[in-house]
Ligand binder design. Structure first.
Ligand code: FAD
Length: 321
C-alpha cells in the first residue's frame, strides 16, 4: 500500500547531511510508489532544495523562519507539526542523529504514531519491516507496525544507501510559512569547536585510537593515516579519559555510534562499551600488541604489533598504492 512520506532533511553549516539523502531512499521504500516530500527547516534553506530533488524527492518544502535559525526542540516541533497538519503524511523519516533522536519521539507522541528508531534496513515486500540493532549491536530485531496509523522512522547514518544523484532532476522549493511562538529556549550563540574536516558520524573511514597511543602526540600517526584515506579520527573512552584527545571523538555506548566502511581500531582493547559504537562497521582492522585483546574477536583483519611501528608502515605502503 502506498504511503505519502515526509523526509525531515537536516543541514549543518549550510550543507545538507548525507543522512538526508539516505532518508529519501528509505522514504522511497516506505512510500512504495507514494509521494516523497522533503522538508527543510531553518532561516535560509530554500537554496538547498535542488540537491534533495537530485536524490529523489518528489517535492521539497522550505520552512523558513528566523526562529528556526538554530535547532530548538520547541521551535522545530511547532514547525514540523504545522507541516504535518497541511500535508497529512502517513510516514515520516529522519536521521538517527542528535536532532532526530531528540525530536522523533516528541513528534510520535503528538501524531499518535508508531516510532521505529535507529533503523538499519527496511523490507517492503509483503509487510513493511524495520531492522534495528539491540543489546548494543549484539543482535538485530525486526519490527512492523501493529496498526495502520502513521509511522515515524529514524535511520542510522551510513546504513541505507542513498539513490544515485540525478543532476537532471531539479526544482524549486515550495515555501511554507509557519508560526513559531512562545519558545521555552532560545539559542543565543553557537561556538564551534575546531575539529578536523570529516564529520565522525558520517565518515566512511575511521581511524580510532585507544589508551595504547599513550599521549596526545601519539594520535599524530593515526591522523596521518586518516588524512591519507580521507577519513576521521575517533577514540576509545580510555583515550579520552586519559586526556589524549577530546570527548567529541569518543565512540561507543556513551559516545558516537558509527558504521563506516572501514574502521581501524588501534591500541584499544575492544571493551564491550566500545564495540557498542562500532561493531557494525563494514570492515574492521585491529592493530594491537596483545594477541589476546578482545578487539581481534570482532576484527576482519588483525595485526599484532606495536602501533608506533605498524601505523607509519601502513601509511607509507598505502601512500605508494
Ligand atoms: P585499554 O582497555 O587500556 O586498552 C588499551 C589497549 O592498547 C590494550 O589492548 C593494549 O594491548 C593496547 N596497546 C598498548 N600499547 C600498545 C602499542 N604500543 N601498540 C599496540 N597496542 C597497544 N569505552 C569506550 O571506548 N566508549 C564508550 O562509549 C564507553 N562507555 C562506557 C560506559 C560505561 C558505563 C562504562 C562503565 C565504561 C565505558 N567505556 C567506554 C569504557 C570501557 O569499559 C573501557 O574502559 C575503554 O573502552 C578502554 O579503553 P581502551 O581500549 O583505549 O583502553
Amino acid at each position: 500500500m502506498s504511503k505519502k512520506t515526509i523526509v525531515l532533511a537536516e543541514a549543518r553549516n549550510g550543507e545538507l547531511r548525507n543522512v538526508s539523502f539516505e532518508a529519501i531512499a528509505a522514504a522511497k521504500e516506505i512510500a512504495s510508489g507514494g509521494e516523497v516530500v522533503a522538508v527543510l527547516a531553518g532561516d535560509v534553506v530554500s537554496d538547498m532544495a535542488s540537491q534533495l530533488y537530485a536524490y529523489g524527492a518528489d517535492r521539497v518544502i522550505a520552512v523558513e523562519n528566523e526562529s528556526l535559525k538554530h535547532y530548538t526542540t520547541d521551535g522545530y516541533k511547532q514547525a514540523f507539526l504545522q507541516v504535518f497538519d497541511k500535508e497529512s503524511p502517513e510516514a515520516v523519516v529522519l536521521g538517527h542523529t542528535s536532532i532526530g533522536k531528540d525530536i522523533a519521539p516528541r513528534l510520535a507522541v503528538k501524531l499518535d504514531a508508531a516510532l521505529f528508531s535507529d533503523v538499519v534496513a527496511i523490507e517492503s515486500e509483503d509487510e513493511l519491516t524495520f531492522t534495528r540493532p539491540i543489546y548494543s549491536g549484539k543482535a538485530f530485531e525486526k519490527r512492523s507496525a501493529a496498526s495502520d496509523g502513521p509511522i515515524i522512522v529514524t535511520i542510522r547514518p551510513n546504513n541505507i544507501v542513498a539513490q544515485e544523484k540525478d543532476e537532471s532532476a531539479s526544482g524549486e522549493a515550495e515555501s511554507l510559512s509557519v508560526d513559531v511562538k512562545d519558545l521555552r529556549t532560545i539559542v543565543r550563540d553557537v561556538v564551534k569547536k575546531a575539529t578536523g574536516g570529516v564529520d565522525l558520524s558520517e565518515a566512511n573511514v575511521i581511524v580510532a585510537g585507544g589508551r595504547g597511543v599513550k599521549s596526545e602526540d601519539g594520535f599524530k600517526p593515526l591522523q596521518e593515516l586518516a588524512d591519507l584515506l580521507g577519513g576521521a579520527v575517533g577514540a576509545s573512552r580510555g583515550a579520552c579519559d586519559a586526556e589524549y584527545c577530546d570527548y567529541s571523538l569518543q565512540i561507543g555506548q556513551t559516545g558516537k555510534v558509527v558504521t563506516p566502511d572501514l574502521y581501524f581500531a588501534i591500541g584499544l582493547s575492544g571493551a564491550i562499551q566500545h564495540l557498542a559504537g562500532m561493531s557494525n562497521s563494514k570492515v574492521i582492522v585491529a592493530i594491537n600488541k596483545d594477541p589476546e585483546a578482545p578487539i581481534f574477536e570482532v576484527a576482519d583483519y588483525g595485526i599484532v604489533g606495536d602501533l608506533f611501528e605498524v601505523v607509519p608502515l601502513l601509511t607509507e605502503e598505502l601512500r605508494n598504492v
